[in-house]
Design a protein around this ligand. Structure first.
Ligand code: KG4
Ligand code: ZN
Length: 341
């Protein structure tokens, strides 16, 4: 089965073609980063308008890359939520109309399920059951994945998502948008141990997260430094704060992952979502899982952040399982993954 996948939930327009027999046949992506950079964050209306302009050319480019014609497609998958409603509606409208015109089924995919299954696009795939750590700009979740479509939410962020905390902390340090990768880069030149940030919610049982306090801690540390240090000293301090912040996020996530693995008795951990591209987190988790004789899986770098490939793959699995949907399907800004079960 050959499925075209469309992702337009936020600031990336992604299109890909997945074939259940031959794997990924094409993958195109347009990132709106430069469009939103001057505003320091995603402007929803600009995002929607840009998806409108980019989506159809990306579909043509992807078909060309795969050496296919529209008539070769067996199904269309599109991100139906969660995300920005206007942005989602672009992908939904194009996906559904294309499917209707071609007389093939369309299927709405949950964005986070797409992230969760993205490691399945790699040659070495995780086996069920596993614990999935989903860390993106909008979500931080620990999920017990027993099979495709069988998800148990173990814990999630009660306030800022991990990526959101990275972005906000980067912004207050004056780093450009999107701040996560910028902050990670700056942390490399930071002096570990100069500042110690808290490890929120690790002093009590449970698998929920809270990252908004770390951002406040960073702000207070930065303001205190600005009141007493020279310009030159502040440059190093900025890197030291980035380093301490990242270390706190990584260690907090690792503590919760250890608990989730113990609770579920799973031996495999899957990391996905934008923050899973973070090298400190990957290295830390790799070493930790090796020590446990467990395995950790994550998507290749370009499939950690938003992309069409994860949507094409997930849609293909759902269509192969015989799932169908009515023509009236709508966009969901909020959508719990457990509702997929
Ligand atoms: O999954 P994603 O592309 O979009 C959402 O669905 O939210 O994740 C984007 C998030 C942003 O907050 C971005 O700053 C963060 O992932 N991110 C990173 C890194 N790369 C992307 N955060 C920390 N370190 C990175 N290397
Ligand atoms: Zn995402």
């Amino acid at each position: 089965m050959i499925v075209l996948g469309i992702e337009s939930s936020c600031d990336e327009t992604g299109v890909a073609i997945f074939d259940s027999e031959r794997g990924l046949l094409g993958h195109t992506l347009y990132s709106q980063i430069s469009l939103h950079a001057e505003y320091g964050g995603v402007v929803p209306e600009l995002a929607s308008r840009d998806h409108v302009q980019k989506l159809l050319p990306l579909v043509s480019e992807c078909l060309q890359q795969a050496g296919l014609k529209k008539n070769d497609l067996d199904g269309i998958a599109y991100t139906a939520g969660p995300g920005l409603v206007g942005a989602l509606l672009v992908g939904i409208s194009v996906g559904r109309s294309l499917a209707w015109a071609l007389g093939i089924p369309a299927i709405g995919v949950h964005h986070m399920e797409g992230h969760l299954l993205a490691p399945m696009l790699e040659s070495e795939k995780p086996e069920f059951p596993f614990v999935a750590l989903l860390v993106s700009g909008g979500h931080t979740q620990l999920v017990h994945v027993k099979a495709i479509g069988d998800y148990e939410l173990l814990g999630e962020s009660l306030d800022d998502a991990a990526g959101e905390a990275f972005d906000k902390t980067a912004k207050l340090l004056g780093l450009p948008y999107p701040g996560g990768p910028e902050l990670a880069r700056l942390a490399l030149s930071g002096q570990a141990g100069r500042f110690t940030f808290p490890r929120p919610m690790t002093d009590r049982p449970g698998l929920d997260f809270s990252f908004s306090g770390l951002k406040t801690f960073a702000m207070n540390t930065w303001n205190a430094a600005k009141a007493s240090e020279t310009e030159q000293q502040l440059e190093q301090t900025k890197a030291d704060i980035a380093c301490a912040f990242q270390e706190a996020v990584v260690e907090t996530i690792m503590i919760k992952c250890r608990r989730a693995l113990e609770q579920t008795r799973a031996e495999t951990l899957v990391m996905a979502g934008g923050v899973s591209a973070n090298k400190a987190l990957r290295d830390g988790m790799q070493a930790f899982m090796q020590k446990r004789n467990g395995k950790v899986f994550y998507p290749r770098g370009e499939f950690c952040t938003d992309n069409g490939a994860m949507i094409a793959y997930t849609g293909c699995q759902r269509l192969l399982a015989g799932q169908t949907e009515p023509l009236s399907f709508a966009a969901s800004a909020r959508w719990k993954m457990e509702e997929l079960n």
